[in-house]
Design a protein around this ligand. Structure first.
Ligand code: DGJ
Length: 378
């Protein structure tokens, strides 16, 4: 049996003992992230913040995520917030955005809130949360993006609105093709035929959804060095990613957006910038089951985006170590350090889904990769 003594506790493989802390401390105070372990907050409760992201503000890290129930898939609580000084020790702050008890409200208890992300607007001094919203009782058909705002990082956030994106607007990178092509409406009744695939690539679903606005499911946010913010989401029946510019106050969309990897079936986008290049890690679409991660790069957020090979290495690299990307966090006070954040979903008990955080490493040519580590620190 593998045992390392000299630690405050006993360091042993997770499957033998089960971790019960966010991190593991050595007697000299050194701390580690332990991916896939049970991570607890400073009050000893299991951290419930899935599909989330991190905001750094005034010397503190704020982790926002989906509160998930032990059984079922719908949102009964809302978006939770934890804060930390060092990324290892997390204090439960609050339910940053609570579901509503009013029947018919967009975020009524029993809706589905996924992948919340928070950014700070230095001009308006507001904290802005965007998330994927599905309406109560409608499965995943609404495919809406929703926005909420707060004056303080931990909230409470006030829900503003939800809806589809950029109605009556063509993407900037394929306007002419989509405008000119007339798609046979019967094509959508049989998916995966070569004709259907070609039509998807040519923008059949963009055109179908022109009036209502574009679908928006798995999502993330990205603020560039010039302060412009972007919303990146799985659109067009999860077949194509879109990147849409947010307005100066980050509360809406400007109408400028592009399609990325048409027909590529990408979910779980996580984006970051390193060495002047935009990098995006995504997953395929297999529900709660893990699959192989994908990597894309571009020298401009507006593309063209190029696909690279799977960025994961080591144990279970072919299924993203059993997880699915949610965010890449640039550790603000450690320039050049990026944390790849992923969820190891447990659909039988979503509250027990685990967190896989790993460092992003870079090849000599600047290409990022993520290697499995059973424990690591900054
Ligand atoms: C995969 C998505 O990435 C998750 O956020 C969630 O929507 C599940 N699908 C639901 O099956």
């Amino acid at each position: 049996m593998f045992l390392l003594l000299g630690f405050k506790g006993v360091y042993a493989p997770e499957h033998l003992y089960g971790w019960s802390r966010t991190f593991f401390s050595k007697s000299d105070g050194e701390t580690f992230f332990v991916p896939s372990a049970v991570w607890k907050d400073s009050g000893g409760k299991v951290i419930n913040a899935h599909g989330g992201g991190i905001l750094f503000y005034a010397g503190r890290y704020y982790w926002f995520g989906e509160h998930r129930p032990a059984s079922g898939f719908t949102t009964e609580v809302g978006v939770t917030c934890y804060s930390s000084k060092d990324l290892y020790h997390w204090t439960y702050e609050s339910v940053a955005l609570a579901v509503s008890n009013k029947s018919g409200n967009d975020i009524e208890k029993g809706c589905i809130i996924e992948r919340p992300k928070v950014i700070y607007n230095t001009r308006t001094k507001k904290f802005i949360m965007w998330f994927h919203l599905e309406l109560k009782g409608k499965g995943y058909e609404a495919a809406r993006a929703a926005v909420a705002v707060s004056d303080t990082p931990a909230g409470p956030y006030h829900f503003i609105r939800s809806g589809r994106i950029n109605s009556e607007t063509y993407p900037v990178n394929e306007t002419e093709t989509i405008r000119k092509t007339s798609f046979n409406s019967t094509l959508n009744s049989t998916w995966w035929t070569p004709e259907w695939r070609r039509a998807v690539e040519q923008g059949m679903f963009v055109k179908r959804d022109l009036q209502t606005g574009q679908m928006s499911r798995d999502m993330t946010l990205f603020v560039d060095e010039d302060g412009k913010a972007y919303h990146i989401y799985s659109s067009e029946e999860n077949l194509t990613l879109q990147i849409a510019e947010l307005t100066g106050d980050y509360l809406g969309h400007t109408g400028r957006y592009i399609r990325v990897a048409p027909g590529g079936h990408n979910e779980a986008p996580a984006i970051f910038k390193h060495g002047g290049t935009y990098w995006m890690i995504t997953s395929g679409c297999t529900g709660w089951e893990p699959n192989e991660a994908r990597l894309f790069s571009a020298s401009s957020i507006w593309g063209p985006w190029k696909q690279h090979s799977n960025p994961c290495r080591g144990r279970k690299a072919n299924v993203t170590f059993g997880g699915q990307s949610t965010y890449v966090f640039p550790v603000e006070d450690k320039t050049g350090v990026f944390i790849f954040m992923a969820d190891k979903w447990n659909p039988k008990n979503l509250a027990d889904s685990r967190y896989i955080w790993l460092p992003i490493c870079f090849e000599s040519d600047g290409t990022p990769y993520v290697e499995w580590r059973s424990r690591w620190n900054l």
